[in-house]
Design a binder for this molecule. Structure first.
Ligand SMILES: [Zn+2]
Length: 349
């Protein structure tokens, strides 16, 4: 994917992207564990099957296909066994983000998996909050949480996740999501849980329209009150839906490399991001499960720049879309926009 940095706007657009202050809105907690982080976790649990040598891990992580991604993902899940693992993972993910100049991130966390594995809910919340505060102090990267229901685990996981929100909501929690496979997991059945989370002030950000058709995006809008759509790749098959998203400023969280990895789209060249933009939809670019899909947020911006023929100014506008679509305060949004503008004005590349 290195050739994607040679996008229109100059060969050093990659350099511009690397230093550009960014917001990341669709990225998963366990799915962000890089080989470096997994090596640290594996060394805490020598009985695990996962190698703790970073070189061996890089090989282990080299993305082959979706089944391989699931294997890697589950083996990392198996390394998250206690609150210290949770704290370490979260803080080190923030370090990797800061290195890419991510200034604000809404990290999707699936607390159900950890609580089910025996980590006490309160200890889990304290671990992520410790990491959040430390990351803000040490890296100036602001983290917020989206707690998501793992759709494949059924309504029991929805109930547990909602109860965790009701009884243990950490300070950094801003939104409520729904992940996992979409096929065979209709969105409407989760309405009561989204109603409860939204009643507590959480914003609704379900995955939909990634591997299913546009009707699942309509379901997410109607039944789950979606305020942003995770992926929404298939929305382009329904012009009325695209118009609705554009009119109501409901952003799409687009993750190009992930969409190819999961076969939601056949190739980057066929990614419908341009149709989304042309329809006037607020498009944000995100990385999903970056190390496991062999990518990072900067690479996703370079991919989007290539697919949309963007120059530095266009890329900066894309970064500002993510600021607009984020759940920060207006003051924080203004500050980050100003940071983006100052960086762009000073860019001489
Ligand atoms: Zn996702």
């Amino acid at each position: 994917m290195t050739d994607s940095t040679a996008a229109p706007g100059g060969p050093d657009l990659g350099g511009f992207i690397a230093g550009l202050p960014k917001a990341e809105l669709h990225v998963h907690h366990v799915g962000s564990a890089s080989p470096r982080i997994v090596a640290e976790l594996a060394s805490r649990h020598p009985d695990s099957a996962v190698p703790d040598d970073p070189d061996a891990l890089r090989e282990y992580f080299t993305f082959r296909d979706f089944a391989h991604f699931i294997d890697v993902y589950l083996s990392v899940v198996d390394l998250i066994r206690d609150a210290e693992d949770v704290r370490l993972l979260t803080f080190e993910v923030a370090r990797d983000m800061a290195r890419q100049r991510v200034r604000y991130a809404e990290l999707t966390i699936t607390p159900y998996s950890s609580v089910r594995r025996g980590i006490p809910a309160q200890a889990f919340m304290e671990a992520i909050e410790d990491a959040r505060k430390a990351a803000e102090t040490e890296f100036s990267t602001v983290l917020r949480w989206c707690f998501d229901i793992p759709g494949e685990a059924g309504l029991e996981s929805a109930e547990v996740t909602t109860e965790l929100v009701e009884r243990h909501a950490p300070q950094g929690l801003v939104s409520f999501g729904l992940g996992g496979p979409e096929i065979g997991v209709p969105r409407p059945q989760f309405k009561p849980y989204f109603d409860r989370a939204r009643a507590l002030g959480l914003r609704s950000v379900p995955h939909s329209g990634e591997t299913t058709g546009p009707e699942s995006v309509w379901d997410a809008l109607r039944d789950l009150g979606a305020e942003r759509i995770g992926h929404g790749t298939s929305a382009v098959r329904d012009p009325r839906l695209l118009a609705h998203l554009a009119e109501h400023r409901i952003p799409l969280e687009v993750c190009p490399t992930s969409n190819v990895a999961t076969r939601a789209v056949a190739s980057l060249e066929e990614h419908p991001i341009r149709q989304m933009v042309d329809a006037g939809v607020l498009v944000t670019v995100n990385s999903d499960d970056p190390p496991m899909f062999g990518t990072d947020l900067n690479t996703e911006y370079a991919v989007a720049a290539r697919l949309l023929d963007l120059d530095a100014k266009g890329v900066a506008d894309l970064a500002k879309n993510a600021v607009e679509a984020s759940f920060q305060t207006e003051e924080a949004k203004t500050a980050l926009r100003e940071e983006i503008d100052a960086y762009t004005a000073g860019w001489t590349g």
